[in-house]
Design a protein around this ligand. Structure first.
Ligand SMILES: *Cc1c(COP(=O)(O)O)cnc(C)c1O
Length: 391
């Protein structure tokens, strides 16, 4: 059942209709990216009930990890999500148009001179250093305006955030009226490796710090952090990847529902005699008479070019006619070659689609074959493709 933000009278929810497809018509499309908003909603509900009574926020930066910030935000608002995290102000504006009442945090913080944007989007910066805090305080004092801010403390990531000592030193501020700190935040470095000793150290440091900031809501866990124990949940959790169906528990079965499927079109099938090479740098050569499919997807579509190259292929696969087929040679900007030799004649023809992600080819596994992580693949895939939303 959808949870609604508590209001005196909840208006009848709008009927749920799938957004219109975007991008080229199917007949023109080199590929089709299908995003299952129903799976994203189900993932949100699953994470919410797992962290109860903590609040489940949502991270929708980078166009909701490539899934579409607007349809994803609309879906999550409908599920009762009240707090959104983005990386940039421009993303906060996009969320604001969809979610007029939501709390929006900008993870990359306040950039000098960007205050008008924060006012316009009614967004809260995540303050990442003492200098940034001083500047923000000045903005608030001189404008008489503030929606509050999150104070980010570094407990071991060494990327952004105030040092623990620094944050402890200014904890007195939390006792002052109108201190403006609406969230005390930190971020895990290794939550996807549950046995990593840094997790416990971060949880303990953050717990100690929280006692100094009594009354201020706290947030530590990303997706993988939610699957550590509940001591990581605090008041608000901040999942991103798990919402979009990536596996927050690597090495164990994926508890989330898959939300993304990607298909691309074969635009030519050709015979390649033994000894012939295929593609740039003649990087692959046929050790038998081969049938090759040329697929309309390349590195400009997010099929990463860099990967281990062997003479038997790239070690990467697509699925054609229900069978795994190797990717051959270099990935071009707009094209790649796959080996159809082991399929029956005419099992795959010009115009057919092959699966790049979906079914047995799950995103995390495809990313691993390409030498990267699901996040990188997901945020880059299929920008030129037709995009279809299901609910
Ligand atoms: C991106 C991000 C998240 C979400 O991380 P996932 O691993 O995708 O769940 C949470 N917190 C911060 C600070 C982030 O930058």
């Amino acid at each position: 059942m959808a949870r609604q933000p508590s209001k005196a009278k909840t208006p009848a929810p709008e009927p749920v209709i799938a957004p219109e497809p975007v991008g080229p018509a199917e007949a023109e499309a080199g590929g089709i990216l299908t995003i299952d908003l129903g799976a994203i909603a189900a993932n949100y509900r699953a994470l919410s009930s797992r962290v109860m009574p903590s609040e489940c926020a949502a991270v929708v930066k980078a166009d909701a990890y490539g899934c579409g910030i607007e349809p994803v935000t609309r879906t999550l608002v409908r599920e009762g999500c009240r707090t959104f995290f983005v990386a940039h102000l421009s993303e906060a504006r996009q969320v604001r148009t969809i979610a007029p009442e939501a709390v929006i945090y900008v993870l990359n913080g306040y950039a000098t001179g960007s205050e008008a944007g924060f006012v316009e989007a009614f967004a809260r910066p995540v303050i990442n250093s003492a200098l940034e805090l001083a500047e923000w305080d000045h903005v608030v004092r001189s404008g008489g305006w503030s929606a509050g801010f999150a104070l980010h403390v570094d407990t071991g990531m060494n990327r952004l955030g105030l040092g623990i000592e620094e944050a402890a030193g200014m904890a007195g501020r939390a006792a002052v009226e109108n201190h403006g700190i609406t969230l005390l935040m930190s971020h895990f470095a290794c939550a996807e490796v549950p046995e990593h000793p840094l997790n416990d150290r971060q949880i303990r440091s953050f717990r100690e710090l929280r006692t100094l900031y009594r009354g201020v809501p706290a947030s530590l866990a990303n997706s993988a952090g939610i699957f550590l124990d509940s001591s990581a949940h605090c008041d608000v959790v901040r999942p991103g990847m798990a919402l979009y169906g990536l596996n927050p528990t690597p090495g164990f079965p994926n508890p989330m529902r898959r939300a993304v499927e990607i298909k691309a079109r074969i635009i030519q099938v050709r015979q390649v005699p033994i000894g012939t090479t295929v593609g740039y740098q003649a990087a692959w050569h046929a050790r038998r008479d081969s049938r090759i499919g040329i697929v309309a997807a390349g590195y400009a579509d997010g099929v990463l070019r860099a990967s281990q190259q062997t003479d038997s292929g790239t070690g990467r696969h697509v699925e054609a006619a229900g069978k795994r087929c190797r990717i051959l040679g270099r990935i071009s900007m707009d094209l790649m070659a796959i080996d159809l030799t082991d399929l029956p004649d005419n099992a795959v023809r010009r115009g057919d689609f092959v699966t790049l992600v979906g079914g047995d080819l799950d995103l995390d596994a495809v990313a691993a074959e390409a030498g990267t992580i699901g996040y990188e693949l997901l945020t880059n895939l299929g920008r030129r493709f037709r995009r279809v939303y299901t609910i």
